[in-house]
Each structure stands twice: as structure tokens, then as C-alpha cells.
Design a protein around this ligand. Structure first.
Ligand SMILES: Cc1cc2nc3c(=O)[nH]c(=O)nc-3n(C[C@H](O)[C@H](O)[C@H](O)COP(=O)(O)OP(=O)(O)OC[C@H]3O[C@@H](n4cnc5c(N)ncnc54)[C@H](O)[C@@H]3O)c2cc1C
Length: 293
């Protein structure tokens, strides 16, 4: 068990911000995760698992927790008939590649979600009308109390939400896909990626959608655009000039800059539309938005 101290988390987030973890470890097997959960419990240290950090805002001051990253056997992919088994640390890209080679479709929606299976289950990630809940059979979840398989209903999956809490580690997931011609999968993925590139700042450092879409005729992006926020900058972070529901690292951003932009965006959306936007991005460390009333 190799636990490191003070590992900077900025390099593990797609935005490229965030301070050090009090403790950091990579786990390659379920047994290693169990050992690390016990190690943290003995020190009363919270545990948080990260994937590719593509939906993460990490406090500049760092995180007072054991931060886990899954690798090796916990990032492997296998399939049996129409069932794909993937480790929690497997990237969506690798799983999609495996599925395509096995002639299995249904996971194409994840082509533009630059995360892992664990992060996808945690967030119930989705795009183009499909999400993890639509293909997930069950997920193997470990905690200090032991591990077990949970169904989508037991995970409480809904729009960009699960009931999972830090201290619970998604070790693996089983996805039920369906036979599909690999060439058709390839064609669809190409089209979806082209659509994505046209609408979103895919070549910038971001963490994907900042806010969940509200129950309103306008999406979060359209609402923030109408509030005149495209290109608005605080410190090194700016609201994407291409899509207002994205925050870009314009060079030397800090998490505090992104957080200040989010507070400003919520304030303006509330003033102009009476809507309280809820953030989709996950916070790690001591982070809070300013109250809007
Ligand atoms: C350019 C871009 C486009 C995006 N487009 C989409 C999109 O279309 N749809 C969409 O839904 N999302 C999108 N996202 C957001 C993000 O990619 C997804 O939320 C993704 O599922 C996060 O996965 P991750 O592995 O990076 O998780 P992280 O960002 O590392 O973590 C997210 C949360 O999951 C938890 N977590 C991660 N792995 C585990 C695990 N193994 N066990 C327990 N908890 C875990 C973390 O603690 C954290 O709370 C986009 C992001 C970017 C940068």
C-alpha cells in the first residue's frame, strides 16, 4: 500500500486547478481498496475517489482526505455476450472501443463524456437522450462496511445524480448493450463528436457543464448567454465565449476564480429569471457558492 502525502490534484482535473490531497493512493484491486479504506478509517480520514477529474472542482487549499484513483485491474474491460464488465477506473473511451470491437452498441452516447465508469455511475452521466442508468445493470460498490452490487434503483440514479457518497467506491459496473454493426457505431460516434465540437469548447480546459439544466424553457447555457455572460472573466477563469454553461481555464485560473464566476452566474440568472441554478460540477474540499438571497 503506497500512500503519498501532498499530491497536487490540479494535474488530475481537466480544469487544471486545485491544491494537494492530504493523502493520495492508487488502487489496482478490490483488496487494495479495502486495505486503503481501513487505513483511512483508522485515521478517521474521509475518502474520495476520483476518475479523470472531468467534473471536479477541487479547493485551492487542498483536500483533507484520502483521495483514491483506480488503475490496473480496476480499469480493465471485459465482455460476455451482451454484458460488458468494466472497472470503475476504466475510461468511457476504452469501454466504448471495447464495445465497438465486440459489436455491441448502446454506449455511443458516452463518446463525448471524457470520464471513467466510476464517475459516470456517480454522476449518472449522459448525453443525446441516453445515460448510464439506461445501460447499467448493476455496480459493485465498496465502503468501510464491505462491498456489494447495487442496481440503478438502489444507486438512486436520476438526472446527473446518484445517492452515492464519498467513502463509497465504485469498483466495477456491468452494462447491458445490444448487438450492433461496428461500422454503424463508428459512424454515429463520428457524427456525435462533430456535433459536440461545433457547439462546445472541446479544445479548452473545462469541467463540462457547470450547471444542471433548470426546469425552464431555456437551458442553463441559453439563460447565461441571455444574461450577457459569454466571455465574462474573473481572474484566470472565463465563461466560454462558445457556450455559456462552460467555464474555461484561460491560462492561470484558480478554483476560487471559477467559483466566483459560478456565484456571479447564479446571481444574474436569479435576478433575470428567478431561477436558482444548481451546479452539476462536483466539489472536493471546502468549497461553497455565495448565497443568492
Ligand atoms: C469537455 C467535457 C464534456 C463533458 N460532457 C458531458 C456530457 O455530455 N454529459 C455528462 O454527463 N457529463 C459530461 N462531462 C462531465 C464529466 O465528463 C462526467 O460527469 C463524467 O462522468 C465524470 O467522470 P470522471 O471519471 O472524470 O469523474 P470525476 O470528475 O473524477 O469525479 C466526479 C464525481 O464522481 C466521483 N467518482 C469518480 N470515480 C469514482 C469511483 N470509481 N467511485 C466513487 N466515486 C467516484 C468523484 O468523487 C466525484 O464526486 C463533460 C466534461 C467535459 C470536460
Amino acid at each position: 500500500m503506497n500512500v503519498e502525502e501532498g499530491v497536487e490534484l490540479a494535474r488530475f482535473t481537466t480544469l487544471g486547478t486545485g491544491g494537494p490531497a492530504r493523502a493520495f493512493a492508487r488502487a489496482e484491486s478490490a483488496a487494495e481498496v479495502t486495505g486503503l479504506l481501513q487505513w483511512a478509517a483508522a485515521r478517521e480520514l474521509p475518502v474520495a475517489t476520483i476518475g479523470l477529474g472531468s467534473n471536479l472542482l477541487v479547493a485551492d487549499e487542498g483536500v483533507d482526505a484520502l483521495v483514491l484513483k483506480l488503475a490496473g485491474g480496476l480499469a480493465a474491460v471485459d465482455s460476455d455476450g451482451e454484458l460488458v464488465r468494466a472497472g470503475g477506473g476504466a475510461t468511457n473511451a476504452v469501454v466504448l472501443h471495447h464495445a465497438r470491437n465486440a459489436g455491441l452498441g448502446g454506449f455511443e452516447f458516452a463518446c463525448a463524456i471524457p470520464g471513467t465508469i466510476g464517475g459516470g455511475v456517480w454522476m449518472n452521466g449522459g448525453a443525446y437522450g441516453a445515460d448510464f442508468a439506461s445501460v447499467l445493470v448493476r455496480a459493485l460498490v465498496a465502503s468501510a462496511d464491505g462491498s456489494g452490487w447495487l442496481t440503478p434503483a438502489e444507486l438512486g440514479l436520476s438526472y446527473r445524480h446518484s445517492d452515492l457518497r464519498h467513502g463509497q467506491v465504485v469498483l466495477a459496473a456491468e452494462l447491458r448493450l445490444r448487438p450492433r454493426d461496428p461500422d454503424e457505431i463508428k459512424r454515429d460516434v463520428r457524427e456525435l463528436n462533430a456535433r459536440r465540437k461545433a457547439a462546445q469548447p472541446t479544445n479548452r480546459r473545462t469541467f463540462g457543464s457547470v450547471f444542471k439544466n433548470p426546469e425552464h424553457e431555456l437551458t442553463a447555457g441559453r439563460m447565461l448567454e441571455a444574461c450577457g455572460l459569454k466571455g465574462h472573466r474573473i481572474g484566470g477563469a472565463q465563461i466560454s465565449p462558445k457556450h455559456a454553461n462552460f467555464i474555461e481555464n484561460a491560462g492561470d485560473a484558480r478554483t476560487a476564480d471559477a467559483l466566483a464566476l459560478m456565484s456571479e452566474a447564479r446571481r444574474r440568472a436569479f435576478e433575470q429569471y428567478g431561477v436558482e441554478l444548481r451546479h452539476e460540477v462536483e466539489f472536493l474540499g471546502d468549497l461553497a457558492l455565495e448565497p443568492i438571497r
